[in-house]
Design a protein around this ligand. Structure first.
Ligand code: 17E
Ligand code: FE2
Length: 411
């Protein structure tokens, strides 16, 4: 197949792309169609690597209001609501919801997903469902599963054993939630436990770290120190880190050295943490988003996640990663021309590093032909105009398409 006349990742010159046997065979200007080759004229469109959801909770998706709505809008009431819904879980229920959510994501150009799955459940129902879905859906979406202890590791009955069980069942990554543990001592111990577990089973690490407006929440320094000392380095990710918003600048300056040494990745979730954080503030209200701009300026890898699709922590969402980018650019004040232009990397290239997808991700000759075609000339305009994703190809196969909406102004 020959895809003609596209701008690849904001390039100013157009290229053609030849896809053969599910791989990028050739990329360059004016490729000549071969006899009998399918030709797709994409003049005026933008090609990007597929979008990556680097942080979502698929097990909780599409459950908002069941059985009760989160009235306060806090993380902690969300955890209570979910604890009630968790009692009603069946594997079928989880699978039905996740299949629907994955289709919503696919419609929005998502081809890779890292999902946290709550393992503070003696039956590990959601974990079992997600591991089965990871296999069932593997032709359309690559799913990474994190064993996520929503109600704590050391503060939940049998928490350590449940974590290890989930890893033995086949989770790809180990989580933790230090800011939710009963004490600071538990917080530190739980991070140490998670890191050791990951080392023992050769897993990645992704910790819900300091998702609270408490400037005293210092799980991040523990995680980064262990990542550095253990050599796990960029296999480790700190998600949320919203307390960093409230840290004093002297501490952040000191911390930044360790963060750089540690090589850990960060995932920020601008939609959800704008909504959940600052809830105990009067005015002024803190935004509670981690210091994305400053981390990026230090050369630290940061991606954006959506975090939730219509669940106890977030009542909206269609699985569109561009919503997370749109919100993130605003609240992080990253609205320079080049920042907007490059912002697709927060849901593609940077996220690929976090997920450890390796060099086979990206629009390059020899790689699997996974890419998006957007109805725009560059990402700045695509984001601003909410341009359609015309095609989503995965390994050379079309998995989603849409046509630009017909709109008329009648004056
Ligand atoms: N659980 C949690 O601890 N934090 C979140 N942001 C979500 C679930 C969505
Ligand atoms: Fe999360």
């Amino acid at each position: 197949m020959l895809i003609q006349n596209v701008w690849i990742e904001n390039a100013t010159e157009v290229s053609d792309i030849r896809v053969t046997d599910g791989k990028f065979e050739e990329i360059g200007p004016d490729l000549t169609p071969r006899p009998g080759e399918e030709v797709l004229d994409c003049t005026g469109t933008l090609v990007l690597p597929p979008f990556i959801e680097s942080h979502v909770h698929l097990d909780t998706c599409l459950t908002a209001g069941e059985p009760v709505w989160n009235q306060s809008g806090t993380l902690f009431e969300g955890i209570q609501c979910w604890a009630m819904r968790k009692e009603m879980l069946s594997k079928q229920d989880v699978k039905d919801r996740v299949r629907r959510a994955v289709r919503m994501q696919a419609q929005n150009g998502v081809q890779f997903v890292r999902t946290h799955v709550d393992v503070t459940d003696p039956k590990l129902t959601a974990m079992e469902a997600l591991l089965e879905l990871r296999e069932e859906l593997r032709d359309t979406v690559d799913i990474q599963v994190v064993a996520f202890p929503q109600e704590g590791i050391d503060s939940y009955p049998n928490g350590r054993q449940l974590m290890e069980d989930a890893v033995r069942m086949g989770a790809d990554a180990v989580g933790a939630i230090p800011h939710f543990e009963f004490t600071r001592e538990y917080a530190v111990d739980s991070v140490n436990f998670a890191m050791k577990l990951a080392e023992r089973y050769d897993k990645l690490v992704d910790v819900h770290c300091d998702e609270i407006d408490d400037e005293q929440s210092r799980g991040l320094e523990v995680l980064a120190a262990r990542a550095y000392e253990s050599g796990l380095t960029d296999r480790v990710t700190a998600s949320h880190t919203t307390a960093m918003h409230s840290y004093n600048n002297a501490y952040v300056t000191k911390l930044m050295r360790l963060l750089k040494l540690s090589k850990i990745n960060f995932v920020s979730n601008p939609l959800v943490n704008t909504h959940l954080q600052g809830r105990m503030d009067t005015y002024p209200k803190r935004r509670g988003i981690t210091r994305v701009k400053e981390l990026l300026a230090e050369g630290i890898n940061v991606s954006f996640g959506h975090d939730d699709i219509f669940d106890p922590w977030y009542p909206l969402g269609t699985g569109d990663m561009r919503d997370a980018v749109f919100m993130g650019l605003h609240v992080c004040q990253m609205m320079g021309y080049q920042e907007i232009m490059d912002s697709y990397k927060l849901i593609s290239t940077n996220a690929a590093k976090t997920l450890h997808l390796g060099s086979c991700y990206g629009v390059r000759v020899g790689n699997p032909a996974s890419f998006l075609v957007l109805d725009a000339d560059n990402f700045y305009n695509a984001l601003n105009r909410k341009s359609e994703i015309l095609y989503s190809f995965k390994n050379g196969r079309l998995i989603a398409k849409s046509a630009p909406a017909q709109r008329e102004v009648l004056f």
